[in-house]
Design a protein around this ligand. Structure first.
Ligand SMILES: [Ca+2]
Length: 565
């Protein structure tokens, strides 16, 4: 890029800030959804819809005659920007993507993609952030996390003024859905990165499922409470539920607690606590809105006792704590005969293939107090931040931001998620969007990850356009969305995706090292060996000594700031 003074401008803007914040993100699942077609109504965003207040000063950034503040192309003479993208192995070169080729023709902006690999990205990132040759833009939230941005604020350009001046599509999205602006606005008022809203997403995260064929074989009813569930699983264990003549090959409940407890934590929703999906062990007290540290809560204690019983009776996989996810998955996907009785998954039929005809979603079980919940968190499942982060190496942030704004239009967002018009999608004159068949022998859900940036990068599809997208019913996205109709009402309020100050972030990361380690050790030991009741008081005292009370103060402060914002 040209024009060094632009760089200086970016640096000045960067220096203007004081400290700021961000939040721990994370997230579980990957892809998503379906919807139905219908209505035609004009999408208000797109094509730089907003009338240009600064119409006269095109080339607004201080008389740059090459830059157009509104309309297209964005620049009269071509400009190149370097985008760093952590690219999945199956994704083809984005230069071959028809949508990006069209974008370049429209904008006159060429993207020089710098691909990083998943495997060595963490190491590369440290070197880059420690003084390497920065790209103009980090693209996709798999490149930089909250911590990377928060602890390196001097490397990134505050973009809120560019959004106000040059980004009508993004502004329209923020106005329509204020949570989007809130998620990226630091407590000091600056915005360093753009977020996305993934189209046609569900509200519920993973949902429980059960083997209906086994229930039928043993003449059992669908369980509705955790006690009924226990009785069903016990019957699965004791009888030949899969009907292959061997009464001992059934694994009523499998999974993997080898790495951490987040596979297991999905099962404790009936006790009235649902985790945030941020791997921070936080839930929200539904009545009071206060944060709960799940492993220090009485309800967690009761849940552990319940699973201790399942483990002791051989109902819970005896390899639960020693096998990894691929090993437990292999049991679920055993070819000859189904081996697993119950589980939790993002989408049941894909998870239980090749026996998907045997499994059905299980309505949320009622726990000891009658609570029926499933996990969900819009800030993780639907909206995602850190998807477009402009660095101080970018000499013309206004060009990058106008490109991002165009990228956030309905038409581009749809294509950036599923694939280009004419290849993966068809757009009719009335705006209806239908899906073209994937190549022979490939599912759409696999194919979209090969041809698009999919979940990564900024995007926003207006509800008007979403209503015109006709997802194939048989797709994973379509099946998940259909199922969501039955589950979304059970989604508990999560501890939201808040913003932390750099100081809070630093303190959290220090405090949680010992706390997390201790929690995990105790948890596995209690389920396998028992003893939580007698150990409990000492355990809580130990957590407090490790700083749990201070940790919860920080979470409360950050939550208060989020709620006030
Ligand atoms: Ca059997």
């Amino acid at each position: 890029m040209k024009q060094n003074w632009k760089k200086v401008l970016g640096l000045l803007l960067a220096l203007c800030l004081v400290a700021s914040l961000f939040a721990a993100c994370g997230g579980n699942d990957t892809s998503s959804t379906s919807s139905s077609g219908g209505e035609s109504s004009a999408s208000s965003k797109e094509e730089g819809g907003e009338s240009s207040e600064e119409g006269g000063e095109s080339g607004a950034e201080a008389g740059d005659s090459n830059f157009n503040a509104t309309g297209y192309p964005i620049v009269n003479e071509p400009v190149s920007l370097t985008f760093l993208y952590v690219k999945g192995a199956s994704l083809r070169d984005l230069n071959e993507n028809g949508m990006f080729q069209e974008m370049e023709k429209t904008t006159n902006v060429h993207i020089d993609w710098q691909y990083a690999g998943d495997a060595d990205w963490a190491e590369q990132k440290s070197l880059l952030l420690a003084g390497g040759d920065l790209p103009d833009v980090f693209f996709g939230d798999n490149s930089l996390g909250d911590m990377d941005i928060l602890t390196n604020l001097d490397l990134f350009v505050p973009i809120e003024e560019y959004i106000d001046k040059y980004c009508p599509n993004i502004k329209a999205a923020y106005d329509a859905e204020p949570i989007m602006r809130k998620m990226v606005t630091q407590p000091d008022g600056h915005i360093y990165t753009l977020n996305s809203k993934l189209p046609l997403r569900p509200k519920a995260c993973d949902i429980p499922f059960i083997n209906q064929k086994w229930l039928d074989n043993l003449n059992l009813k669908m369980p509705t409470t955790v006690d009924e569930w226990y009785n069903v699983l016990k019957a699965f264990k004791e009888q030949d539920a899969n009907g292959n003549g061997d009464p001992n090959d059934e694994v009523p409940l499998s999974g993997s607690g080898k790495g951490d407890m987040f596979d297991w934590i999905r099962y404790i929703n009936p006790w009235g606590i649902t985790d945030s999906l941020e791997t921070n062990y936080l839930a929200l007290e539904q009545e009071t809105g206060e944060p709960i540290f799940i492993p220090a809560d009485e309800r967690y204690k009761e849940a552990v006792q319940f699973f201790e019983k399942l483990y002791a009776e051989g109902i819970m996989d005896q390899e639960y704590f020693t096998q990894d996810g691929s090993q437990s998955d292999a049991k679920l996907k055993n070819e000859e005969v189904s081996l697993v009785g119950t589980g939790i998954a993002w989408e049941v039929s894909s998870a239980t293939n090749p026996h998907s005809d045997e499994y059905v979603p299980m309505p949320p079980l009622a726990g000891p107090r009658g609570d029926r919940y499933v996990r969900g968190n819009d800030g993780i499942i639907i909206y995602r931040r850190n998807n477009f982060t402009v660095t101080t190496a970018c000499e013309q942030p206004e060009v990058a931001m106008r490109w991002a704004d165009y990228y956030s239009s309905d038409d581009i967002s749809v294509q950036s998620y599923w694939g280009p018009f004419g290849e993966a999608l068809e757009k009719a004159d009335d705006g209806t969007i239908t899906f073209l068949d994937p190549p022979e022998g490939k599912s759409g859900d696999v194919w979209y990850w090969e041809i698009t940036c999919r979940d990564y990068g900024p995007k926003y599809v207006s509800p008007e356009t979403e209503a015109k997208i006709q997802l194939p019913a048989g797709s994973g996205d379509g099946a998940k969305l259909a199922c969501d109709e039955d589950f979304k009402e059970f989604v508990a309020k999560p501890y939201p995706v808040v913003n932390y100050t750099p100081e809070q972030m630093d303190e959290i990361s220090k405090l949680t090292v010992d706390i997390y380690k201790y929690v995990k050790e105790c948890w596995a030991n209690w389920i396998v060996n028992g003893g939580i009741d007698k150990d409990w008081d000492g355990y809580i005292a130990q957590l407090n000594q490790m700083g749990l009370e201070r940790l919860m103060e920080i979470y409360q402060e950050a939550l208060d700031a989020y709620n006030a914002g």
